[in-house]
Design a protein around this ligand. Structure first.
Ligand code: NDP
Length: 245
């Protein structure tokens, strides 16, 4: 793992920040990416204080030019890109009849186009080096359809399609791995983006019946996938809290 270089999107909180810590602990040089610079400055200092190597770049995943600049900066700073963790995502859940069309657009832009932009930004470099690892965050909602999560589910089903499609399109001689991670409930800030009161109440009732995972639980799983020998590709992991049905 020493000498590996990883870009992590959505690194300013939750699963992304925990993954940055876990990979840095394993000796990976990490490039943090998100929109909130102040969070990333703090995290970068924390990682460096623990002996890790880290850098950050403000990038909006919905912008291809931001993602290309991010890839460029990573190559300038660390010489290469071994791993991309396409983690940035949002989940403003709501009932379809509420017609929160703007939030649907945002989910499609961040959760689908953001993942595609990440792939577009790093793939030429990985193809040139003939190695790399692209890890995309889907969700249990990318496997199951439940009320208030319909548009979110559609985006996370898409992330599965994109990840599996990329795997199949890569030629057998291309040493590029893909991994899809589908977590169940994880306690992070993501639920703060929900504006539909009815959805908040429904989720509150569901949360009282089940425990949630911690962001660190997912970070350990990402590290597990990354640590495999390059000839071994962990293609998909679904992970739920034991109490989630
Ligand atoms: P958080 O809200 O804690 O983190 C989301 C991250 O995405 C933040 O760092 C945020 O940073 C970043 N982000 C949001 N929009 C953009 C954007 N346009 N450009 C760049 N970065 C952006 O959520 P989680 O850690 O929970 O979520 C991480 C991933 O895990 C998501 O893809 C989510 O769908 C998935 N997931 C989460 C589950 C959960 O229960 N928490 C369950 C299943 C999957 P900033 O605002 O600074 O840009």
């Amino acid at each position: 793992m020493e000498q590996k270089v990883a870009i992590i999107t959505g690194a300013s909180s939750g699963i992304g920040a925990a993954t940055a810590k876990e990979l840095a602990k394993a000796g990976v040089k990490v490039m943090l990416a998100a929109r909130r610079a102040e969070r990333m400055v703090q995290l970068q200092q924390e990682l460096e204080a623990d002996g890790g190597e880290a850098c950050y770049q403000v990038a909006d995943v919905t912008s291809l030019s931001d993602m290309e600049a991010l890839a460029q900066k990573t190559i300038e700073r660390f010489g290469k890109i071994d791993i991309l963790v396409n983690n940035a995502g949002i989940s403003p859940f709501s009932y379809l009849h509420k017609r929160r069309v703007q939030e649907w657009d945002q989910m499609i832009d961040v959760n689908i186009k953001g993942v595609l932009n990440g792939i577009a930004a790093v793939l030429p470099h990985m193809e040139e080096r003939n190695e790399g690892h692209i890890i995309n965050l889907s969700s249990v909602a990318g496997h199951e359809i439940t009320p208030v999560r319909v548009v979110y589910s559609a985006t996370k089903f898409s992330v599965r399609v994109i990840t599996e499609g990329l795997r199949r399109e890569l030629r057998p001689d291309q040493q590029i791995r893909t991994t899809l991670i589908s977590p169940g409930a994880v306690e992070t800030e993501i639920s703060e983006g929900i504006t539909d009161q009815e959805a908040i109440e429904l989720l509150g009732r569901q949360a009282s019946e089940q425990q949630a995972l911690h962001a660190e639980d997912i970070a350990r799983i990402i590290r597990f996938a990354v640590e495999q020998p390059s000839s071994v590709a962990i293609n998909e992991i679904v992970v739920r809290p034991t109490s989630q049905r």
